[in-house]
Design a protein around this ligand. Structure first.
Ligand SMILES: [Mn+2]
Length: 275
């Protein structure tokens, strides 16, 4: 099963991507199938991805950046994951494991694939984002018909940092087309972008993944249990910012160094300047 990453033109994403893939390969060998999805054209990005030997899918999203609210422009790459079911490079893949680039693969992935595969998608809980929305229902039109999406009962939010997608299911009966119509017509009504779109549209169809598959370093269980460490919150070079003080706890410092150890001296010096 492929592990899929999505990036945009933010140069810091390239450092994150490098470590994500290097740590994945350290656990599963250099032949582990992976794919990087990119919608931009910057030569520096293309060269870096190629130099790392990461297969690249160049993709023009349906949800073009001109359709996104201004506040979402800075993280346009995070919307690409919503369209993986349409990627020609993944047309034969029934399932993929999407991961944000701000992850560190820390223990093997086998256990994830041993469990029953998700009917639509599997995601772990996010504890820091309360499930809140001001709408009882959202609407969208597709092929001349108006559809209603009742907002799911507020229980918890699932994190879109790691998503075990059942692409085959999303391609059945045009479900992905419905979802992208919903996304395009509602992205300006919601706060947490791609994550809210997935949570609101799929609601109870999302199956819960164990926390070990998407574990922030600030959880006290991270060191003993994490298979995928997700630098949700402060990124690994951030050991000073005031806003993230409360999240730089437990295993953040340990995992930050584990992350830095995957960089060469030059890359590391560059990343440490971002802090
Ligand atoms: Mn992330």
């Amino acid at each position: 099963m492929k592990v899929v990453f999505c990036i945009d033109d933010n140069p810091r994403y390239l450092a994150l991507l490098k470590v994500a893939v290097r740590s994945l390969r350290a656990l599963h060998g250099t032949d582990v199938p992976c794919l990087c999805v990119y919608a931009g054209t910057r030569l520096e990005v293309l060269e870096t991805v190629q130099a790392e030997g990461i297969p690249l899918a160049h993709y023009s999203p349906r949800l073009q950046h001109t359709m996104l609210p201004p506040a979402a422009q800075g993280c346009r790459g995070c919307f690409l994951k919503l369209e993986l079911a349409l990627l020609p490079e993944l047309a034969r893949d029934e399932y993929v494991l999407y991961c944000d680039v701000d992850v560190l693969f820390y223990r093997p992935l086998h256990g994830l694939f041993d469990a029953p595969s998700p009917s639509y998608m599997g995601m772990a809980r996010e504890y820091t984002a309360p499930f809140w929305h001001e709408h009882e229902k959202l609407f969208y039109e597709w092929r001349g018909n108006r559809h209603t999406v009742p907002m799911p009962f507020p229980i918890w939010t699932f994190s879109s940092g790691v998503v075990f997608f059942n692409l085959a299911r999303l391609r059945q009966r045009g479900l992905i087309e419905h979802f992208l119509a919903f996304a395009a017509q509602n992205v300006d009504k919601i706060g947490n972008w791609d994550q809210s779109l997935l949570n609101y549209f799929f609601g109870r169809r999302i199956q819960r993944l164990d926390d070990c598959w998407n574990c922030p370093p600030y959880l006290c269980s991270c060191l003993d249990t994490a298979h995928i460490v997700h630098f949700h919150g402060p990124k690994p070079w951030d050991n000073k910012s005031e806003w993230s003080r409360d999240l730089r706890i437990n295993h953040f410092e340990y995992m930050r160094h584990a992350w830095l150890d995957y960089l060469d001296a030059h890359e590391r010096a560059e990343a440490e300047c971002w802090g």
